[in-house]
Design a protein around this ligand. Structure first.
Ligand SMILES: [Zn+2]
Length: 333
């Protein structure tokens, strides 16, 4: 048993300052978490495979003839598992680390114990089971081992999605990674959009890009994934900082922005509430005379308008220079 009380000293130290008394609410939260983890450990023993309509033997990495129960798949004899490592931001779903019975490799168990969380897991299971995603599993997205359900408390239900544990999540933005990793990540998102017609359906976050042990990226968290995405965004080239196309889908725009592969045509001037198409040959005075009409009601003096535009242009040019210098540094590495 590892979920013992009290927790190890180093865990308590996070919550305990020598100058303060122990905070009762925090202690109670730790105790509740430990109890819940133990309840989850017990529940995993008797969870059965959910046969979803879309899944068939060819669709899943789990052999549905031999794996009907979660205990067929996971090594439940190891009492140090499951290990909680993350709580979802948009639900109460908790991610636990576990291992496969067959070869001991690490897997992630996404656990839901309420209806809203179950809905998200069920939706995500449908995504992983989709035939169109088969070529991506184990590469651009994690391998999928099945969706299981069992009893939780008095009349409740617990559900569990089992996925490959792919590696470590990025702790900083894509433009801080090597050029080859930036390219591979952008390619992975483009492939999902264009070859599979799938978008993640939620805001891009670099924490959802995992670095596999072989150095390749793996995209995770498809709780809100959408099928039928028709992506007409032009290919993103990370080898130089290019002007953003006028038409692009939001998700690729966010990835390209995080990778510093694009620079936007529009220069926004927040103080004036306007945005202008960048033109290196145009002066601040020319911009102001073109854009002053919509802000006349603000009674902004000409000098002030020109000064604000000059400031915004300078920042835009500095940002572009920073991206170009950074790209040159990456190439030299
Ligand atoms: Zn797209």
């Amino acid at each position: 048993m590892t979920n013992t009380w009290p927790p190890p000293v180093e865990i308590l130290a996070v919550y305990y300052s020598p100058d303060e008394a122990l905070i009762p609410n925090t202690l109670s939260a730790i105790m509740n978490t430990a109890t819940e983890d133990e309840d989850v450990r017990m529940a995993l023993q008797c969870m059965s495979l959910v046969q979803t309509p879309r899944a068939g033997p060819d669709d899943m990495h789990v052999d549905s003839d031999s794996v009907q129960m979660l205990h067929d798949l996971l090594d439940l004899s190891d009492e140090s598992l499951p290990q909680r490592f993350h709580t979802s931001r948009d639900s109460y779903n908790v991610l636990y680390l576990h291992k496969l019975k067959s070869d001991g490799s690490k897997v992630v168990c996404k656990i839901a114990t309420d209806c809203d969380g179950e809905k998200l897991l069920r939706h995500e299971a449908g995504f992983y089971e989709d035939k169109v995603l088969a070529p991506f599993r184990g590469k651009e997205i994690p391998n999928y081992f099945g969706f299981f359900e069992g009893e939780w408390g008095a009349g409740g239900k617990i559900t569990c999605l089992v996925l490959e544990h792919c590696g470590v999540a990025l702790s900083s933005e894509l433009h801080k990674q090597t050029l080859s990793f930036r390219k591979a990540t952008v390619r992975a998102v483009e492939k999902l959009h264009k070859n599979a017609g799938v978008s993640r359906g939620s805001e891009y976050e670099h924490e959802n890009v995992i670095r596999r042990p072989n150095g390749q990226p793996c995209l995770v968290d498809f709780a809100h994934a959408r099928r039928g995405h028709k992506c007409s965004t032009e290919p993103i080239d990370c080898d130089y900082v290019q002007a953003a196309p006028y038409e692009s889908c939001q998700e690729l725009e966010e990835v390209a922005e995080d990778a510093w592969a694009w620079v936007f045509h529009k220069v926004s001037v927040p103080a004036l509430g306007i945005s202008m198409k960048y033109d290196k040959d145009r002066t601040a005075e020319q911009y102001w005379s073109q854009h002053k009409r919509p802000v006349l009601h603000r009674k902004v003096p000409d000098e002030e308008g020109v000064a604000q535009i000059e400031k915004a242009l300078k920042e835009w040019e500095e940002d572009l220079k920073c991206r170009l210098d950074h790209l040159a540094e990456l190439r030299d590495e």
